[in-house]
Design a protein around this ligand. Sequence first.
Ligand SMILES: C[S@@+](CC[C@H](N)C(=O)[O-])C[C@H]1O[C@@H](n2cnc3c(N)ncnc32)[C@H](O)[C@@H]1O
Length: 305
Amino acid sequence: MPAEVITQLDAARGGLYIDATLGMGGHSELILNASPDNRVIGFDRDAEANEIATGQLAGFGGRFTAVHTDFRQVKEVIREKGIGSVAGILADLGVSSYQLDTPERGFSFRFGQGYPLDMRMDRSEGLTAADLVNSLGERELSDIIFKFGEERAARRIAHQIIAARAKGAIKTTAQLADLVVKAVHRKGHWRIHPATRTFQALRIAVNRELDGLDQFVADAVDLLESDGRLVIITFHSLEDRIIKQALRFQSGHCMCPPTQPECRCGATPRVEILTRKAIQPGEEEVAVNPRSRSAKLRACRKLPA
Ligand SMILES: C[S@@+](CC[C@H](N)C(=O)[O-])C[C@H]1O[C@@H](n2cnc3c(N)ncnc32)[C@H](O)[C@@H]1O
């Protein structure tokens, strides 16, 4: 949704923008091209993404800077740079096509044998998917697969994993995918591969993708100048639900349970929501880029203080 991103960010206005999820730098390039006065600071926790995007955007000289950091640190990093406020912030959540399409990164099972079950976006720290699969208890594994993968066969899959690892560690994407197929007893023609949900669940757990997203929204709103824009693209319902709720809270919507007699959540209107319904890609975009089919874009505008 490149055009919608630029429109919702109001990127033709000219100013400093943050691309919280730099990836290959595609969105940053669009922002930089939207006005000669635009500058972009790009964040990515994946050092390889930062390197590639920095190369791609070299032509923009000092108008572009990359930071190898988790975007949940955005407020600290921007304040450390002595910057008071920014014109817009974009977060295009999830994994990049580059990460999915690089077999050695271990995000996908479609490359066959021999690829490590890694799935870390930041390869310099943290546990890999293999670490989780080989160390967690059956209950914990089942909970992760059920909660983050919305997988109904989570228990059977966790059971199969525990039984298999008693015979030797599960080290590769293919080993795990085979175990899932065995657990769900499905052969032949699938609409989606039976391991898709389990891989999504482990990826979310490895990268703690849902942690602190609501705080990120609050920090991003803090950083926006008056009339500045926050645009967030999500790729699955768990993420979208958190972003939708966080934006509603920032718009002043009380989040207290209906049974509570008075408001204690402290909601005050700081933004205007610009997308009452999330924007989704049109048929043409989905035809060209099937991965975009589950994308949802939400945006808001900071109200004057
Ligand atoms: C969907 S891709 C972004 C693609 C990008 N908009 C482009 O035009 O190429 C998401 C990127 O965000 C990064 N990412 C995901 N979660 C992150 C986080 N918490 N902090 C920093 N980067 C993150 C991933 O490493 C990945 O490169």
